[in-house]
Design a protein around this ligand. Structure first.
Ligand SMILES: [Zn+2]
Length: 313
């Protein structure tokens, strides 16, 4: 809290107080004596440096005082800190273990693109219509389109025709199916691609888009990233026993692995490790998020997205 006795030009303004900002004053500033505002609840700030954290700290250093805690508050505070610290230690241990594990996965579970294609139980469909038909029941309503084909635009446009049954999508030209879809089904008449509207989410799509937020750039980095990602996909399938449905190469730097959705707790445990595994966590628990269909040229690379692996059943 701020000790008001230490302030210059202190004046009451309704429920708040205004005074000369001691931090500004220390440099000869705020001659008018009206930069500092102290709110009813004790919060305070300098009107001339409202976004400057260092300035706030300087104010506190000059005229502030820590509010003394009563013994019970103090104990609760310590308990909370211990809990936080042990969580952090646990997280770090897990991270180190995972880094090691990742390295051994990548060497132990190598799965080259040629091997993946050869191992595919079904012919990998390169037509976006066949891709969704391989994964969803014919009567399911599936969304395809561009990211922005959802909701109501400012000009009043809506996009109900982007939600169609898998069957209906078969009657469109392939260039009108995609470039994106979402790994979920929707009730008839959906117009908004929101989590609340999702009817079923039979798949989890893991997006391998670079580790710890670092995107591979050079051709060598991209090749290594794809090789690492395929090894991790194989490991998730063979060791974690997730049921693989499809693998799609986006044509740029990412691989999308479609898995049949495991129990929520298992999804959460992978989400916690997603940065180390090189997975975009967003798609893990947000089935409404868009992912790519095959047969579309990626804008950044000019290369077509393609299915590497498919099991339809
Ligand atoms: Zn100030």
């Amino acid at each position: 809290m701020i000790i008001r006795d230490k302030l210059e030009n202190l004046n009451r303004h309704g429920d708040n107080w205004i005074a000369r900002c001691p931090a500004c004053a220390s440099g000869g500033g705020d001659k008018q004596g009206q930069h500092l505002i102290i709110y009813e609840d004790g919060k305070y700030g300098c009107a001339a440096h409202s976004k400057d954290k260092e300035h706030r700290r300087e104010i506190f250093r000059l005229v502030g005082q820590s509010t003394p805690l009563d013994p019970e508050q103090k104990r609760a505070f310590i308990r909370e800190r211990i809990k936080r610290e042990s969580k952090e230690i646990h997280r770090r241990k897990l991270e180190t273990a995972l880094q090691k594990k990742r390295a051994s996965i990548i060497t132990g579970y190598r799965w080259t693109e040629a091997e993946v294609l050869a191992d595919s139980p079904s012919e990998p469909p390169q037509d976006p219509r066949l891709f969704i038909a391989s994964l969803f029941p014919r009567s399911s309503v599936v969304w395809t389109g561009q990211k922005e084909h959802s909701g109501t635009w400012k000009d009043g446009r809506t996009f109900p025709h982007h939600w169609q049954t898998v069957d209906a999508w078969q009657h469109h030209q392939p260039q009108n199916v995609g470039p994106l879809t979402a790994p979920c089904t929707w009730p008839t008449g959906t117009m908004n691609r929101t989590a609340a509207n999702v009817m079923t989410s039979p798949f989890v799509v893991l997006d391998f888009d670079g580790r710890n937020g670092i995107k591979p750039k050079t051709p060598e980095e991209i090749a290594a990233h794809i090789a690492d990602s395929l090894a991790i996909i194989r490991w998730i399938r063979e060791v974690m026993k997730w049921k693989l449905a499809a693998i799609l190469h986006t044509g740029n730097i990412s691989l999308h692995a479609w898995f049949h959705r495991p129990a929520l707790a298992i999804v959460e445990s992978v989400k916690a490790q997603s940065a180390i595994l090189g997975i975009d966590a967003g798609l893990l628990t947000n089935p409404e998020h868009p992912c790519r269909l095959p047969g579309w040229t990626h804008q950044k690379s000019g290369v077509k997205s393609r299915t590497l692996w498919m099991q339809n059943d």
